[in-house]
Write a protein that binds this ligand. Structure first.
Ligand SMILES: [Zn+2]
Length: 425
C-alpha cells in the first residue's frame, strides 16, 4: 500500500493528485450548485439555513457518497464528508469553505472552496492514492452573516463550542432564530449521523476566490495567503464651547473643529509608513452645531485602523489616546474603542508548502494578505491553517457578476489537491 501522496506508476513517472484534477468535473459541479438559489441575473441567493442551503448540502452529500465519503453534521450545522485514511486514529486534514451566499451573491464565493476540496479527494482516488490521514471536506454554517449576523458562526462555534448557545438566539429580519432555522435543516438531514462540536484537526486549508483585484493585476493565478488583516475601530468625541464667530476672542475659544483638525493631522502623520502598510481612515465627522458663524462646541469622528501584524496594530492603536489628549487642548476629548479584531498570520510551514507546490506545478503565484475575513480565521485557533486564493475578475464579489475562469478555478484546485495530498501522507 502506498503511504505517499505521490506514487510512481509502472513506468516510473511521479504521479501527483493534481494530475487527476478535472476541470470539467469541477465546473460541472459548480454549475449544478449555482442552480440552488439561482437568481435571474445569473447569481445566487442561497442564504444560510434556508431551503436552498439544505438542497445544496444534500447535493454535496450525494457527491460524497459516490466517492464513499461518510457525511456527518454537528450541533452548529456544519457539514463534514469524511474520506477515511489508512490510519483513522490520526487527526484528519480539513478542507472546505461555505455553501451559503449573500442575497445577490455570485457562483463562486464559498462554494468553490467546498467543491475544490471535493475535487481534490476525487483526484486522489483517481490517482489510486491511499493517504494515511483521513480528509474531511467541510461546509461551515453561515459564513456570510447576511441572514443571521454576525457571519462565520459555524467555524466560530467549531473553534469555541461555548459560543454556540448565544448564536442560537440570533434572529433574522423575520424573527426566525438560528435555533429554529437550524432545526429545519437538521430535520432535512436526519439520516446523517451527528458528531460532537469542535475538534483538533491536523491542518485546515481553505481555497477561496480572492474578492479583490491583486491577482489579476499581477497576472498571478494563485494567491498564497499570508494572513488576515486585523482592524481596530474608535470613536473620538471632542467637547469645546459654542461662541460667536465675530465677538469671541480667538485666544479664549474652545474650538472643537480646530482640535479635531490637529488630532487628525497628527495621527495621519504618525500612523503613516513608507510601505503603505498601515491603513488609517477617518471616514466620518459630525460637527455641532454645524453653523457657519458659530465656533463648534462638539465634534465626533471615526477612526478605522488596520495593520497585518497584531503587535503593530496594538501598538499603533494604543498611540491614539495620547495624541488625542495632547492635541485637543483646550477642548476635552474622549476615546471609545468600538472593535478590536486581531490580525493573524498563517504558519510559514503551510504557506511554504502551498508556494512550493504552486512553483512545482508552474502556476504563477504571489503572496497576498486577505483584507476580508474567512472561516480560516477561526480554524487558525485550533490547527495550522492556510488559504489559497484564485483571481476574481475585476475584483467583483458579493455580486451576481462575480466571475473566475474555469482554468483559474482548476489551477487553484490542483494546488489544493497536492497540498492535501502531502498533509494527509
Ligand atoms: Zn466566502
Amino acid at each position: 500500500m502506498s503511504r505517499s501522496s505521490s506514487i510512481h506508476s509502472g513506468d516510473g513517472v511521479l504521479r501527483r493528485p493534481s494530475q487527476y484534477v478535472s476541470m470539467d468535473r469541477l465546473n460541472d459541479r459548480l454549475a449544478v450548485m449555482s442552480g440552488y438559489g439561482a437568481t435571474p441575473k445569473g447569481g445566487v441567493n442561497r442564504q444560510a439555513l434556508t431551503a436552498e442551503d439544505l438542497q445544496a448540502q444534500l447535493q454535496l452529500i450525494r457527491w460524497g457518497a459516490e466517492l464513499g465519503m461518510q457525511p456527518s453534521s454537528d450541533s452548529a450545522g456544519n457539514l463534514f464528508l469524511r474520506c477515511e485514511g489508512s490510519d483513522p486514529s490520526l487527526a484528519p486534514v480539513l478542507s472546505g469553505s461555505h455553501l451559503d451566499s449573500q442575497p445577490t451573491g455570485g457562483k463562486f464565493d464559498g462554494v468553490y472552496g467546498v467543491l475544490a476540496a471535493l475535487e481534490a479527494v476525487n483526484a486522489m482516488q483517481d490517482a489510486g492514492l491511499n493517504p494515511r490521514r483521513s480528509i474531511e471536506v467541510v461546509s461551515w454554517m453561515n459564513e456570510e452573516g447576511s441572514r443571521f449576523a454576525p457571519g462565520m458562526m459555524g467555524s466560530t462555534a467549531y473553534a469555541d463550542p461555548n459560543s454556540l448557545s448565544e448564536m442560537l438566539l440570533v434572529k433574522d429580519a423575520k424573527g426566525v432564530s438560528v435555533r429554529e432555522a437550524l432545526s429545519l435543516i437538521q430535520d432535512g438531514l436526519r439520516e446523517i449521523p451527528c458528531r460532537s462540536l469542535g475538534g483538533h484537526p491536523h491542518a485546515y486549508i481553505e481555497a477561496h476566490i480572492e474578492q479583490g483585484p491583486l491577482l489579476e493585476q499581477q497576472n498571478a493565478v494563485v494567491g498564497v495567503v499570508s494572513g488576515i488583516q486585523g482592524k481596530r475601530t474608535f470613536r473620538v468625541e471632542i467637547i469645546g464651547e459654542a461662541t460667536h464667530a465675530g465677538t469671541s476672542p480667538r485666544s479664549k475659544r474652545k474650538d472643537a473643529i480646530l482640535a479635531a483638525v490637529r488630532i487628525i493631522d497628527a495621527l495621519a502623520n504618525r500612523l503613516h509608513d513608507g510601505g503603505d502598510i498601515v491603513k488609517f481612515t477617518v471616514g466620518r465627522l459630525i460637527v455641532e452645531p454645524n453653523a457657519p458663524s458659530v465656533v463648534a462646541n462638539r465634534v465626533v469622528f471615526s477612526i478605522d485602523l488596520r495593520h497585518p501584524k497584531s503587535a503593530e496594530l496594538t501598538l499603533l492603536g494604543d498611540l491614539i489616546l495620547p495624541f488625542c489628549e495632547i492635541n485637543a487642548r483646550p477642548c476635552s476629548v474622549s476615546l471609545t474603542e468600538l472593535s478590536n479584531a486581531t490580525s493573524l498570520e498563517f504558519p510559514d510551514a503551510i504557506r511554504d508548502r502551498i508556494r512550493s507546490i504552486a512553483s512545482t506545478l508552474k502556476i504563477a503565484h504571489i503572496d497576498l494578505l486577505s483584507a476580508a475575513g474567512h472561516d480560516a480565521r477561526y480554524l487558525h485557533k485550533v490547527c495550522p491553517s492556510g488559504m489559497i486564493f484564485v483571481p476574481s475578475r475585476d475584483g467583483i464579489t458579493h455580486n451576481e457578476a462575480e466571475y473566475t475562469s474555469a482554468e483559474d478555478l482548476t489551477d487553484g484546485a490542483r494546488v489544493l489537491a497536492d497540498v492535501l495530498g502531502e498533509l494527509s501522507t
